[in-house]
Design a protein around this ligand. Structure first.
Ligand code: AMP
Length: 586
């Protein structure tokens, strides 16, 4: 059942959105004009992400403005101005130079969300080395895989993480020359350095070398929710997408306090947890702690967060608690909430409206696209459950791919097919490191094929159906898991759902659902039958789940995405494959 659209305006705080007329902005849009809104390096020396993020503000009227508000686990709060961030990242860039780290060399970070992570990112970009973030919760094996595949030269980490997870890998990583410890007082030899000491010994001045917008900037490993890690290569030009989407989708205004809750180990935490807010010149909040509802509400209030960017998992965990925070804490300054990473069910969008006083704006993108591609905009009506409309500068379509090199675009509305994007936007990945053929296979006829199934309605809104490889074939019919999941989540007892195809001798596959219940609701056979009946009534007998299993938590990767592949492997008694990114596993 489709929900009524949420009409837009008047806008919270009476702040007019940067994008007021979607059709007009799209029609008049050019990436050249966006580049023109950025600075570029002095004397036409190119385009550097870190210059756009920090230096251009640090040498202008925003110099003393808080660029970052870092909230430590222990209650420490550290405010860094644009000017301070410039000096610290300059020192880091100089430290790399002192160590002889050249352009294009890979600088990995394994620290958790602490200030050196952000300084490393910006300093590395200034020095034209390549920033490669890792989740600090990874265990030694996924760390090894990524350091090895990414040709790591430098690793920035902490003493405990080094001791527990990396020291034992070093003989297998001969190319890893330098370990920079964020919390060590002194250098200890064997290429193990105190980052602080290195940074104190060098100048806070640094001139960014000429930067070709096509120079490699960031390497993001993605295992998606399906296979082994791939290293997606991004270039400095991606900053144009970060800036444009920061402006038009996140709707950042100069006085905004922005909080992206994602860890930079996941692409969202880098594109929107580091680069976009700084490029847009706002104050960016970084919380070192992991998700905890009470803490989150406290931060929103204390930091006066005005724009929040988070993920469906977190939103559903807040829903699970069924709190009514707007009555308990002052969230008056909060004016926009965005979500990414997984399908956002209509109930979640409406929950935001009801409980927080603001609908949740879903948007879609992936590691390979480098930035937001499809979005719900502050000025455009929301259709709950839809990912929204393509962002300016992006042409998105629905297609069939009968063979590897052929793509047939589907013009008719509401037909399911693969989401494809016209090649050529600045943050498009430029390769999978060392995997040319795999990269080539992602393209056909001038389009990038995303691997997601969608449909587009008659007004151009995109609706997520599922990952192409998660689609279920039951009784000859194709079923997108999300179609079923969103209905399960409409049941008042259900807060999270995942659906897989379970092999069946007669039907090919049958739909099996896994659900988490709201806090305080106990699983029972009666409830199972009730939910099965509820789904059957809405979806019909073929599409509705035949089996339903209660779970306390669904398996998720470290970015919070449900691992359907794992549920399926477990269901079939097959090997679980790569589980190195599974949440809660070392
Ligand atoms: P990653 O590259 O790890 O960020 O994963 C990208 C994938 O997450 C996409 O290809 C989608 O399958 C899924 N995804 C991201 N955002 C959304 C969204 N708003 N709705 C549905 N799926 C999403």
């Amino acid at each position: 059942m489709e929900r009524a659209p949420i009409r837009k305006g008047p806008f919270p705080g009476n702040i007019e959105p940067n994008l007021q007329d979607y059709a007009k902005v799209r029609a008049e849009f050019s990436w050249e004009a966006i580049r023109g809104e950025l600075d570029g390096l002095p004397d036409n020396m190119g385009l550097n992400m870190a210059h756009e993020a920090v230096d251009r503000h640090a040498t202008g009227p925003r110099a003393q403005k808080a660029a970052m508000r870092w909230l430590g686990k222990d209650g420490t709060v550290l405010s860094l101005s644009y000017c301070q961030l410039m000096e610290m990242s300059n020192r880091f860039a100089n430290a790399l130079r002192e160590l002889g780290v050249a352009k294009g060399k890979r600088v990995f970070v394994l620290t958790g969300r602490i200030p050196p992570l952000y300084i490393t990112a910006l300093g590395t970009l200034k020095h034209l080395s390549v920033f490669c973030p890792l989740f600090s919760a990874f265990g030694p094996e996924p760390i090894y895989q990524r350091l090895a595949r990414g040709d790591a030269k430098v690793l920035v980490t902490t003493e405990p993480l080094y001791g527990q997870k990396v020291a034992g890998l070093r003989t297998r990583l001969p190319g890893l020359k330098h370990i920079l410890l964020t919390d060590a007082g002194d250098h200890t030899g064997s290429g193990v350095w105190s980052l602080e000491k290195l940074m104190c010994a060098v100048s806070p001045q640094y001139t960014i070398p000429p930067t070709d917008p096509e120079d490699m900037a960031i390497l993001h490993f993605t295992s998606g929710t399906t296979g082994m890690p791939k290293g997606a290569v991004h270039v400095h030009d991606a900053v144009c997408t970060h800036y444009m989407t920061g402006k038009y989708v996140l709707d950042l205004h100069p006085d905004d306090v922005f909080w992206c809750t994602a860890d930079p180990g996941w692409v969202t935490g880098t594109s929107y947890g580091i680069i976009a807010p700084l490029v847009c010149g706002v104050t960016s909040v970084v919380d070192e702690s992991d998700f905890e509802p009470e803490r989150w509400y406290r931060i929103l209030e204390a930091e006066k967060v005005s724009v929040l960017y988070t993920a469906p998992t977190a939103i559903r965990r807040l829903m699970r608690m069924d709190m009514e925070p707007r009555r308990k804490v002052g969230l008056d300054q909060l004016r926009l909430i965005h979500s990414v990473g997984e399908p956002l069910n209509p109930e979640a969008v409406l929950w935001g409206q009801r409980v927080l006083g603001l609908p949740i704006h879903d948007n879609w993108w992936q590691t390979e696209t480098g930035g937001i591609m499809i979005a719900n905009f502050p000025s455009v009506d929301i259709r709950p459950g839809s990912m929204g409309l393509p962002v300016p500068g992006i042409e998105a379509a629905v297609a069939h791919r009968p063979d590897a090199d052929t793509l047939v675009l589907i013009e008719a509305p509401n037909v399911q097919g693969e989401l494809v994007l016209k090649v050529g936007w600045p943050s498009m990945f430029r390769g999978y490191l060392h995997e040319k053929e795999r990269y080539r296979k992602c393209f056909a006829g001038g389009w990038y094929v995303t691997g997601d199934l969608v449909r587009r309605d008659e007004d151009g809104y995109f609706w997520f159906v599922g990952r192409a490889d998660d689609v279920i074939k039951t009784s000859g019919q194709l079923v997108g898991p999300f179609e079923v999941e969103r209905v399960l989540m409409e049941h008042p007892a259900v807060v999270e759902a995942a659906v897989i195809g379970k092999p069946h001798p007669m039907f090919g596959e049958v739909v099996k659902g896994f659900i988490c219940l709201k806090t305080g609701i106990e699983p029972s056979d009666a409830l199972r039958l009730e939910i099965l009946g509820f789904a059957r009534k809405r979806l019909g007998a073929v599409v509705a789940p035949k089996e339903l299993q209660f779970h306390h938590n669904l398996p998720k990767n470290k970015a919070g995405k449900i691992m359907r592949r794992l549920l399926k492997a477990r269901e079939m008694g097959l090997p679980e494959g790569d589980t190195s990114t599974l949440e809660g596993r070392e």
